[in-house]
Design a protein around this ligand. Structure first.
Ligand code: C5P
Length: 240
């Protein structure tokens, strides 16, 4: 039977290592994955990753690398060396950059005799709309641009994409069931939407085919974060 806790990633969106310790320690018996993004990583660096891996838990390093191929490849190698289980790059960085990143991460993992991290592409940021794209010189409709970038990421050997629940169906139809979808913007019925505009519930996102759900504030800001995470996991489980 599937252990649904392997599919929930709690966004560790806190400003200090001190607060990260408080949350990770509380949730360690319930949650298997934490996402470390630019805020915590900029404040605390590799110590934040070591905190999570030290509990035997998994890290999605959400730094959305975007630079020339050599630089992103070296960043991917460094992330692999650090022992993260998933990291992401902007697919708009191009084919050469993505291929170099996959090659670098695989070589580092093989050298360490450790599994290669899951490498995920960011396509078009969900904060960007058609006019933002046009300003950046892209004339494609957003959904076509998302699909083209996702396809390119797959061809370069990446394992999946970050995507809102609404696009999961199209991604799975076009790129196959094994191409992973990591989905933020998820809210249980009992939680506030915060600044997320088009939310789906954990059950809906699982039914839509999300492989991993990324959820932050409904857990972090709950009076009892462990209870909140358990309720989310129960809801995900009921949707299987
Ligand atoms: O607190 P909340 O559940 O909204 O957190 C969602 C997390 O997923 C945040 O870390 C946010 O940066 C990230 N994210 C997102 N939407 C995207 C990509 C990432 O909310 N399109």
């Amino acid at each position: 039977m599937e252990d649904i806790s392997n599919r929930l990633i709690v966004a560790l969106d806190v400003p200090t290592l001190y607060e990260a310790v408080r949350i990770v320690d509380k949730l360690a018996g319930t949650v298997k994955w934490f996402k470390i993004g630019s805020q915590l990583y900029t404040a605390a660096g590799p110590e934040a990753v070591k905190l999570v891996t030290g509990y035997g838990l998994k890290v999605f390093l959400d730094l959305k690398f975007h630079d020339i191929p050599a630089t992103v490849s070296l960043a991917g190698r460094a992330a692999t060396q650090l022992g993260v289980n998933m990291f992401n790059v902007h697919s708009s960085g191009g084919e050469a950059m993505m291929r170099a990143t996959v090659k670098g991460a695989r070589a580092t993992a093989a050298n360490n005799k450790s599994p290669c991290p899951v490498i995920i592409a960011v396509t078009i940021l969900t904060s960007m709309d058609q006019s933002d794209l046009r300003q950046a010189g892209c004339i494609d409709p957003v959904d076509r641009a998302v699909m083209n970038l996702a396809k390119m990421a797959q061809e370069c050997g990446l394992d999946g994409v970050v995507s809102s629940a609404e696009e999961i169906g199209d991604i799975k139809k076009n790129l196959g069931r094994d191409f992973l979808v990591v989905t933020p913007g998820v809210r249980p019925g009992w939680a506030a939407a915060d600044d997320q505009k088009r939310v789906k519930t954990p059950a809906e996102a699982i039914r839509d085919g999300a492989d991993y759900l990324v959820i932050g504030r409904p857990v972090l800001k709950a009076e009892d974060p462990t209870d909140a995470a358990r309720r989310i996991l129960d809801e995900m489980d009921s949707a299987l």
